[in-house]
Ligand binder design. Sequence first.
Ligand code: SAM
Length: 302
Amino acid sequence: MNRWISNELLAAFDSEGTTAHRLFTSPSAWVERLGDDVLISHKTDAARDALCAGVQEWAQRANFAISRVFTRFLPRQNAERVSPVLAWGAPSLPLEMVVTERGVRYGIDFGAGYSAGLFIDQRANRAYVRARAPKRLLNTFSYTCSFSLVAALGGAQTVSVDLSKKSLDRGRANFALNGLSTDGHRFIADDVLDVLPRLVRRGDQFDAIILDPPTFSRGNKGRRWQVEEQIGTLLHAALELAAPGASVLISTNCTKLDRTALERTARFALKMVRRGGEFHYEAALPDFPAGEGARTLWLHLK
Ligand SMILES: C[S@@+](CC[C@H](N)C(=O)[O-])C[C@H]1O[C@@H](n2cnc3c(N)ncnc32)[C@H](O)[C@@H]1O
């Protein structure tokens, strides 16, 4: 905590083709690099002001040429979320740009709302999907389809499900950015809880399933989604779509769900569907202090 990443780690990211990563983390703020731009996410104005100065000092030490600095307030309530604000740099530059993660290209849009387009704390899980090269991937709560993209680059057929048509359109654009056709890939703009039973009725099966829901949202007909209460139901429904030997990612930002709670949920769901499975955890990210970022668990089914 309270440390900027080292010049060695910055060089390692550059040499692996990753331009989207954390630069700094503290209890009141964090800083991300997104290409040549920097995004400061802050809980207080004091933390923002200190980091606006701090990031310039870091850039000098690291010999890094910052193009722009954006800041974003981290509110307690989702309803208070707003787009990042340009704090430093040329207002004439486009708000849309491209970052890379291990050479894969992702569109970023600082004008698209609170989230700019890529959750960098899922980097290891995306690499894991790429390495496992599933043939059929179901990406629920898919946002801009980053998991679908890495699976498709490995030859998978993918199904991405998100309430937001705009996010799915950005997912399609991410395919195009990497020279991939979307033929044979499905993008379903609907509520995951309504889509899963439909896929079961169709007899669909998947080798990898991504469950990375928000902590809270409103689905079809204003239906309330609360991850602590519904993660078990979601996993149970997803297991019906998991082929033998499938891998299921369970991931959450909800601070009330720790690793033990995720394992308990997974064991219970396995018992309900009378299937066996093993847990796997990806290694911690070098730019995230312990305990920061999403809590995630891979479940490998027998
Ligand atoms: C935390 S983001 C998922 C991030 C994504 N897994 C990634 O790594 O890029 C949550 C997404 O869930 C979507 N969402 C929220 N409630 C939903 C629901 N009931 N059904 C489908 N999508 C939903 C939101 O539109 C948002 O794109």
